[in-house]
Design a protein around this ligand. Structure first.
Ligand SMILES: [Zn+2]
Length: 242
């Protein structure tokens, strides 16, 4: 993942600065043929390139709309793929048109003409890596019910407005959201099971005072027994002792 950061500080959503209770991630795609990040993210930081129309989303209401997402995935000026984080992850975004804004981080994949498999595969992989990163960061289960969903699945759940993304694009390249979720899951390392513990030899415990006392007593009793035996022996030898 090529993760960069340029917060859209002039966007009214950023300025509203509302908190987000992170429960999942919503995947969007832009619905317009323009894979360049500079279309949405600006001003130019040297890697994005200049947006001659100055219609990026770093303004209060881009094209008159109250919209903002947490990240965009698309092309840098040099053609490489990158992710730009555009809102703090724990800030409420304006991406779903529904209650998913309260619970889901939302990001956009910049669409091209939808037919370029090379661009799709690179952008898809970047999106998988972004979601794996977010799942690790916020302890989300990528296969959990309603955790990683696209905009159209959000509509089906009644938490987003009616949009097709990304179901109008992924299947053109033999992918769907189930593939996406399991690809995210596969990037999250499963913790190694603990090896079977080798039994330790028992460690001799220090004697308790009582045991030490008993041992001393036994030693004493044994000495007395030994002394009596000696006396008896001497008696046999020398009758005058008796
Ligand atoms: Zn959408």
């Amino acid at each position: 993942m090529n993760l960069r950061q340029l917060f859209l500080v002039n966007n009214a959503c950023y300025q509203a600065n509302a908190p987000l209770q992170i429960r999942g991630v919503m995947v969007h795609s832009t619905g317009a043929n323009n894979p360049d990040l500079r279309r949405y993210v600006g001003p130019d930081d040297g890697a994005l390139g200049r947006n001659p129309n100055n219609n990026h989303w770093n303004q209060p209401t881009p094209e008159g709309k109250s919209v903002c997402v947490h990240a965009f995935i698309g092309k840098l000026a040099n053609g490489n793929i990158a992710t730009y984080q555009t809102l703090p992850w724990n800030m409420r975004g304006w991406h779903s048109g529904g209650s998913a804004n309260n619970t889901h981080i939302g990001f956009e994949i910049c669409e091209d003409n939808l037919n370029d498999a090379g661009y799709f595969n690179r952008a898809y992989q970047e999106a998988v890596e972004l979601c794996a990163y977010l799942c690790k960061e916020f302890s989300l289960d990528p296969l959990g019910d309603g955790v990683i969903i696209d905009h159209s699945e959000g509509y089906g759940r009644g938490i987003a407005t009616s949009h097709e993304d990304v179901g109008h694009w992924f299947p053109k390249h033999e992918k769907n959201m189930d593939n996406f979720r399991s690809d995210v899951k596969n990037l999250i390392p499963v913790p190694e099971p603990e090896p079977n513990p080798v039994p330790e030899p028992p460690i001799p415990q220090p004697k308790t005072d009582e045991e030490i006392e008993n041992r001393d007593e036994n030693t004493e009793i044994n000495s007395i027994k030994w002394y009596i035996r000696l006396l008896n022996f001497l008696k046999k030898l020398m009758p005058k002792f008796s």
